[in-house]
Design a protein around this ligand. Structure first.
Ligand code: MG
Length: 232
C-alpha cells in the first residue's frame, strides 16, 4: 500500500469527477428518444442502437459534444434509412444546446477540497476528449490554476498513462489517479503501477463501466470528493 504521509502526485479526471457531464448527455438522449417518436422500437431498443454507434465511433471520432451529435445523426439515419434534413438537424442541435455551450457545474466541495490538497500535494489534471472543448470546460470551471500540468488525451489507456508518467518524471509509488471511471481511470492507472482512487458517480456513462478487482489493495474507493482530505 502506498504511503500518503509524504507529498504525493494526485492526477484528477475531470468529467463526472470534478463536474457533472454524463447527466447532460443523458438528458439530451432522453429528449432525442422522445423527439424520434419511433413507431415500433422502444426507447431501450433505440438506446442499444445508439450505444453500439457510440462504441464503434469513439475510435475514429473521439469523445465530446460534436462526436455525440454525429452519433445522434447516425442513429437517426440507421433507424429511418435517410439522413437528417436541415430542419431536423437544427432541432437536434437545439436539444443539445447545454452540451454545445459547455455548461460546467462543479460537484459539491470540489473547489474547496482541491484548494486544501494543492497546499499538500502536486495536482495534475488528465481528461479525455476534444482538446478545444475540454480546454473551454476547464476555463469555465475556474480550477485551471490548481494543477501543475493539464493533459487532454484522446483515450485513457495504459500507454497514455505510461507516457505521462515518463514525461512528467512521476514515481508510480507516490502517484495516484482519481476518477469515476473504472475503464478509463482505475484499470489503466493500476496497469502501470499508479495508485487509484475510485469515486463512483451516480451518473457514469455505460461505456466507462468495467469490473474492478475487489482484492486490489491499490484502489481506494471513496464515497465523495471531500473524503480525499481524510486520506491525502
Ligand atoms: Mg470521468
Amino acid at each position: 500500500m502506498h504511503s500518503t504521509a509524504a507529498r504525493q502526485t494526485l492526477i484528477f479526471d475531470a468529467d463526472d469527477t470534478l463536474w457533472g457531464s454524463n447527466a447532460y448527455f443523458e438528458a439530451v438522449i432522453a429528449d432525442f428518444l422522445d423527439w424520434l417518436a419511433h413507431p415500433e422500437l422502444s426507447h431501450a431498443e433505440i438506446r442499444a442502437v445508439l450505444d453500439d454507434i457510440e462504441r464503434a465511433n469513439a475510435v475514429t471520432n473521439g469523445y465530446g459534444s460534436q462526436a455525440f451529435l454525429l452519433n445522434l445523426a447516425e442513429c437517426f439515419r440507421t433507424l429511418n434509412s435517410r439522413p437528417l434534413d436541415a430542419a431536423e438537424q437544427r432541432q437536434i442541435n437545439e436539444l443539445a444546446v447545454d452540451l454545445i455551450e459547455h455548461r460546467v457545474q462543479l460537484f459539491d466541495g470540489v473547489a474547496d477540497t482541491l484548494e486544501v490538497l494543492a497546499g499538500r500535494h502536486d495536482l495534475k489534471l488528465m481528461t479525455k476528449g476534444h482538446p478545444d472543448e475540454q480546454t473551454r470546460k476547464i476555463a469555465a470551471s475556474g480550477l485551471g490554476t490548481m494543477f501543475s500540468s493539464i493533459h487532454i488525451v484522446p483515450e485513457k489507456n495504459p500507454d497514455v498513462y505510461a507516457g505521462i508518467v515518463a514525461a512528467q518524471g512521476l514515481s508510480p509509488s507516490s502517484s495516484w489517479m482519481i476518477g469515476n471511471s473504472p475503464r478509463s481511470d482505475i484499470l489503466p492507472a493500476r496497469a502501470v503501477g499508479l495508485g487509484a482512487v475510485y469515486i463512483p458517480s451516480s451518473d457514469t456513462w455505460v461505456l466507462e463501466q468495467a469490473e474492478l478487482d475487489p482484492d486490489d489493495h491499490g484502489v481506494l474507493t471513496l464515497g465523495s470528493f471531500p473524503d480525499l482530505l481524510r486520506h491525502f
